[in-house]
Design a protein around this ligand. Structure first.
Ligand SMILES: [Zn+2]
Length: 339
């Protein structure tokens, strides 16, 4: 009797052990883990359906940037970079890494949105983007960066993994620039096309930025020659006091047009000709000089980086910052293109 109880117990224990082993085998890491790092990026081209892109658990979403590969043109070389390495390099090139984490995260999401939108459109032959900041977004090889800076950039990318900005379901044109000088600009004022999420907004707290305001002095004779080259019809009066006429301004405080010698000049044309930091300027003529005073640095459309830093210092998180500079948008995980 005792013996049979013992045998029954032993059999039961073996059963339990076998059952545990079987469960362990099925529930182990492999089957539930994310796809391999080098798997194909989710279909992002126009018309592509939502594919096996990560949609389920947070654990999967955390790996998105490391799985998605971008063809990037870097000084004539075609590189295949993970979105993670690309964005880390963009932050290193485009953003002061002394900025607070929420500002860095806002930049990471804006740059990811810009990259995925460019990926869908293939801005360059065979590549999604180039590394020229004047064309696409600047990029520095993270492997060559100072470790502390790289770690700060990487942390911001990781913390926002896979997040993008959309307006009415479409990835936005997430433009950004250094410093607004107090107010951003309407897209229409700079590029002629109206985008409802790129509107002039207040951007307080940037006074500490290096280029919050600047002064540029140009000898009067040189100024005159440059204007006459821009407009061969121009006949400036003898007395410089009579040169400057009415000024019209954009919603964001930029110069739309300024009348000089009775002829209209756009703020954009003067910015380009004289290398002004922005179109938000005032102009006065001294005895022998033209004096431009500019506010901000860049085209001033979209997110101001110094403004983002000021908002972060005031306690705002990255999503609040993004929704301030890009109006009416949502911030959400990327799951491919819907249209
Ligand atoms: Zn480019």
């Amino acid at each position: 009797m005792r013996e049979s109880v013992l045998i029954t117990l032993i059999v039961a224990m073996i059963w339990v052990a076998l059952a545990l082993l079987a469960m362990g085998g099925a529930g182990g890491g492999q089957r539930l883990s994310a796809p391999t790092p080098d798997s194909e990026p989710p279909a992002a081209s126009a018309g592509g359906p939502e594919t096996g892109a990560p949609t389920e658990q947070p654990a999967e979403a955390a790996a998105f940037d490391r799985r998605f590969r971008l063809p990037v043109l870097a000084e004539g070389q075609l590189l295949s970079l993970t979105l993670h390495d690309y964005l880390t390099g963009v932050l290193l090139a485009e953003m002061p890494l002394s900025f607070l984490e929420e500002a860095l995260k806002a930049q990471a999401v804006a740059s990811r949105t810009y990259a995925l939108r460019s990926y869908a459109r293939r801005r360059h032959e065979g590549a999604a983007l180039c590394t020229d900041s004047g064309c696409c977004q600047g990029w520095r090889d993270p492997a060559l960066a100072e470790p502390a800076a790289r770690e700060r950039a990487e942390a911001a990318v990781r913390a926002t993994d896979g997040l993008v900005i959309r307006y009415e379901g479409a990835l936005i044109d997430a433009t950004f620039f250094s410093c607004s000088g107090g107010q951003t600009e309407d897209a229409a004022a700079v590029w002629g096309s109206d985008l409802p999420y790129l509107r002039a907004v207040e951007s307080p707290g940037e006074e500490g930025a290096a280029h919050f305001s600047d002064e540029l002095r140009i000898p009067l004779a040189e100024f005159r020659a440059a204007l006459e080259a821009l407009d061969p019809e121009l006949r400036l009066p003898e007395d410089p006091a009579d040169w400057i006429g009415p000024v019209t301004r954009t919603a964001g405080g930029g110069v739309e047009t300024i009348t000089l010698g009775g002829r209209p000049f756009t703020g954009k044309a003067l910015r380009k000709r004289f290398g002004l930091r922005s179109t938000a300027f005032s102009l006065r003529l001294d005895a022998d000089e033209a004096v431009f005073e500019t506010r901000g640095f860049g085209h001033r459309v979209g997110m101001s980086q110094y403004g983002a830093e000021a908002m972060a210092r005031a306690g705002n998180d990255f999503e609040t910052i993004l929704k301030w500079y890009y109006r009416g948008v949502t911030v959400e995980p990327y799951v491919g293109e819907k249209n």
